[in-house]
Design a protein around this ligand. Structure first.
Ligand SMILES: [Zn+2]
Ligand SMILES: [Zn+2]
Length: 92
């Protein structure tokens, strides 16, 4: 892949290429990329949150609306239900 120096790549591409490196929920490193064939999510095996990238930001995937990451037994049983506020420092 060649990059034109005259054109700046959108930051989102760089982030998407790297993936989500750190879990925003519990700070775990090395999230597992999971895919349903169309979109890629990043699943944290520690707190079981499923993350997706959109416009360069990381959002938590609603397990009920997860398109099927292949790890539904993980992402639908996260200790913190989707939609509830995060409790800082609560993750062990
Ligand atoms: Zn996590
Ligand atoms: Zn999922």
């Amino acid at each position: 892949m060649r990059r034109s120096s005259a054109q700046t790549q959108p930051v989102v591409l760089d982030i998407a290429a790297r993936g989500v490196e750190v879990c925003p929920e519990c700070g775990a490193l090395g999230l597992t990329p999971v895919s349903n064939g169309e979109s890629v999510q990043f699943l944290c095996m520690r707190c079981r949150c499923c993350w997706r990238l959109q416009l360069g930001s990381v959002y938590r995937m609603n397990p009920a609306r997860c398109p099927g990451c292949g790890q539904r037994s993980v992402c639908t049983t996260a200790p913190r239900p989707y939609g509830t506020p995060a409790v800082p420092g609560a993750a062990v």
